[in-house]
Design a protein around this ligand. Sequence first.
Ligand SMILES: Cc1cc2nc3c(=O)[nH]c(=O)nc-3n(C[C@H](O)[C@H](O)[C@H](O)COP(=O)(O)O)c2cc1C
Length: 218
Amino acid sequence: MNTISFLAVRLVLVVLLIYPALTPTEELKPIELPKPQTDGGRPLMQVLKDRKSSREYSAEKLPPQVLSNMLWAAFGINRPDSGKRTAPTAMNQQEIDIYVATADGLYLYDAKANILQPVLAEDIRAATGFQPFVKDAPVNLVFVADFSKMRRGSEEQKVFYAATDTGFISQNVYLYCASEGLATVVRGAVDKENLAKVMKLRDDQKVILAQSVGYPKK
Ligand SMILES: Cc1cc2nc3c(=O)[nH]c(=O)nc-3n(C[C@H](O)[C@H](O)[C@H](O)COP(=O)(O)O)c2cc1C
């Protein structure tokens, strides 16, 4: 074997050795969301009349425009000058991250860039809740509090604010879904410890609630 083929064989071996160590995110691409459409929707009072929890979903995927609009409604940036959001947060700490679990993988909503950043190239939907419909809903949002962004207050206050801040975001999702004829339910019945492991969260990140979103089952 000459030097060049010897080196080529070694290169192939190195690649084969490294490949299993690559994290799955390296196979999942970021999703650049279309600009959210912020001038549509039905009148608020009609939407409030229709707001409800639904637990039966069609398997149909949500188009990128719908995802973009829904995530913007949930916790997008509505005042670019200050970076403030569609939902309030205690002391404007903006500590809630929205993870988006789909059949293709797990993503993190980057509101500023309007991109879904890849986290895991695995379908973890079943791990986002105990109820059987969860694995079939095309989107399961997971609201995660990043305690490293909560610098002030006692532990008790942080837990309280993380929960209340999530409530506002979840209600925004409910209202968007009611406006667009989508089905949704917020869920506390989640094995949070296991989900945190599956999502590979840091110790200072806490799962607060999950929320399924999709088209209603016909
Ligand atoms: C904090 C919270 C946790 C909830 N957890 C669950 C849950 O784990 N599973 C579920 O099916 N519904 C869950 N729900 C939805 C409630 O059951 C639902 O809001 C309630 O039955 C009233 O129905 P409505 O939303 O249609 O008005 C939860 C709601 C809230 C606010």
